[in-house]
Design a protein around this ligand. Sequence first.
Ligand code: G1P
Length: 301
Amino acid sequence: MTTPSHARISKAVIPAAGLGTRFLPATKATPKEMLPVVDKPAIQYVVEEAAAAGLSDVLMVTGRNKRPLEDHFDRNYELEEALHRKGDGSRLAKVQESSDLATIHYVRQGDPRGLGHAVLCAAPHVGDQPFAVLLGDDLIDPRDPLLRRMIEVQEQHGGSVIALMEVDPASIHLYGCAAAAPTGDDDVVTVSDLVEKPEPGEAPSNLAIIGRYVLDPAVFEVLRKTDPGRGGEIQLTDALQALAADTGLGGPVHGVIFKGRRYDTGDRGDYLRAIVRLACEREDLGPDFRAWLRSYVTEEM
Ligand code: G1P
């Protein structure tokens, strides 16, 4: 029999309660997670990533106005029946795909008190197992599997694992930032210090936290005691900082350095870049779209 701490990680938590103000007015009545990236809502890529890493139990932490998320991952019998009657098997498969990806649960955050608070809302569902957190604004290219590697590192070292990416020092103030020391593995570091969105000149490195975490459940106890930090919100980074500083609280914090493709769909410019890149790479749309883009760039710009 396996002990709880060595049980295979199976739960993913996706915080999705944010207001999406950067995309107003599109997000006035539509959750930002539902904005399409080519022809799939951004959130579906994230659930697909969790499922591909073997996480079959997904908890979404939502809020008011997020009902379309529940509808998207549920069956739509009326639509399925209509497509079935038309004999449109390929669209029918697309419609059914999102409801077959994982078992999805929902909890409401109520008061939006920050990412740390959103993660804390998952405590009753997660229980005493390590679990993953995936932030919906970060899309990780499926060809560069990050989460699977993070789970492997967590199984090897215990404690918690965060995803880190080197960024231009001029933009580190937009992220959580880690001070870290090398380990025997090229892509793994031991995290000694974390700062949420450091002031210019105060960042301990140019290693930015990107939105993937594999967390020891001890993080919940720490979050309960974490005071509001940057922006007056309860920050997950601050709780992880406490875990990194005192491994007696719940094991060490390691970082996996990610060098693959990441798209930030929370920023309008990056969102557009993500759509263009993914559309160019699609087998069905890519050839035509690339040809158009090439002529658009040479003739119009
Ligand atoms: C959150 C985290 C931050 C992390 C970022 C990654 O910030 O608090 O540490 O670097 O996600 O996308 P947010 O972008 O939600 O303000």
